[in-house]
Design a protein around this ligand. Structure first.
Ligand SMILES: Cc1ncc(COP(=O)(O)O)c(C=O)c1O
Length: 360
């Protein structure tokens, strides 16, 4: 697909637009190619590409009316909480943050004004798993719409629209772009709905559109998405196993581990467990920061889904309001040799090697 930088398209003598495009804020050939590809990957009918994941989130929230009620995960990506509090504070939206792993808790939070049930699975950064089929059924009975932020899983390993979710959202900055060099977002849907149409209107009129070059970069990333995600998930599984046996580690959050509370559900609704995991160090924030400071192959950086492995002390990124444990480190597993990644973590956890004198 070429990059079409044109902002305007010629009209025929009769005033029609023979190419099907008039002005690039409304539509553009490279963006349309990306949207068609993203819709197909999700098993959807339509998709909207945005200049960031948060622009996609914003378009959804803008579709709501003052007084509407949202149910969102208590461990949702912190950007949503921040957006609702700091940007939409004036819109008089009500939000209940609930434990989305508990369908009864979602049911109990429903009010007559509930218009949106927001899910994120696996969640960032605790990798909690929400029953999408169950959440969608609750929403249908409540006459509310459902959104699933499926950034961590990608359509390679989870297809929320197949499970009854109305709108799937991704930060395409992550796995879809895949190389940490483009920021983007997407919404995809199988059916027409007021939520999707309002999000489209807010984009076309409000102007939150991605550049043709960014659309092209994401399209190029998508060509290798399945191979990357499967390789990253395989390595993540190996690393999660290694960490779960390490004496310096208190807990590992990875849905592929049999001990993870969402393992059985994840095995049912996903076809793999993804390339993201987090773990809690046995010890304090300082010890977690010291481990992150010692890695040599992992890069200390935020974001995820690229070909290089990243390590992040999540609480320091989220700031003083964070609910993330201070001893937690989040890993985005890249495409490096998994034995090298394990050795890097081993050395960072126990500099100079583990003391095995007792067993000698
Ligand atoms: C799960 C999740 N959703 C949404 C976003 C926001 O995406 P973006 O940074 O592209 O705006 C992120 C970013 O980290 C994320 O991890």
């Amino acid at each position: 697909m070429p990059i079409h930088p044109s902002t305007t398209f010629e009209r025929a003598p009769d005033g029609e637009y023979p190419l099907g495009f008039s002005y690039a804020r409304e539509d553009n050939p490279t963006r349309r190619a990306l949207e068609e590809c993203l819709a197909a990957l999700e098993g959807g009918k339509q998709a909207l590409a945005f200049p960031s994941g948060m622009a996609a989130v914003t378009a959804v929230i803008q579709a709501l009316e003052p007084g509407d009620h949202i149910i969102a995960p208590d461990d949702v990506y912190y950007g949503l909480r921040k957006l609702l509090a700091e940007v939409f504070g004036k819109w008089r939206l009500e939000t209940s943050y609930v434990d989305m792993t508990d369908l009864d808790a979602i049911r109990a939070a429903v009010r007559p004004q509930t218009r949106l049930i927001w899910t994120e699975t696996p969640s960032n950064p605790l990798l909690k798993i929400t029953d999408l089929d169950g959440a969608a059924a609750i929403a249908r009975r409540a006459n509310a719409m459902t959104v699933c932020d499926a950034t961590f899983a990608t359509p390679v390993q989870q297809r929320p629209l197949d499970l009854g979710i109305d709108v799937v959202l991704h930060s395409t900055t992550k796995y879809m772009g895949g190389h940490s060099d483009v920021v983007g977002g997407v919404l995809a849907a199988r059916f027409d709905s007021y939520l999707f149409e309002r999000a489209r209107k807010s984009q076309q009129t409000g102007g939150a559109v991605p550049s043709p070059f960014d659309c092209w970069l994401i399209l190029r990333g998508l060509e290798t998405l399945p191979c990357r995600v499967r390789a990253q998930a395989q390595s993540a599984g190996r690393i999660a196993e290694f960490l779960s046996r390490h004496p310096g580690v208190e807990t590992v959050h990875y849905p592929g581990l049999a001990a993870h509370p969402g393992h059985a559900l994840a095995a049912r609704q996903m076809s793999g467990f993804g390339g993201m995991l987090s773990f809690q160090i046995r010890g304090t924030r300082e010890r977690a920061l010291a481990v992150a400071a010692r890695v040599r192959i992992f890069t200390r950086a935020t974001s995820l889904g690229g070909s290089h492995s990243l390590i992040e002390h999540r609480a320091s990124i989220e700031g003083p309001q964070t609910r993330v444990p201070q001893n937690l480190l989040r890993l985005s597993i890249g495409l490096e040799n998994v034995e090298d990644l394990i050795a890097d973590l081993d050395e960072a956890l126990e500099p100079g090697g583990r003391d095995t004198s007792a067993s000698r």
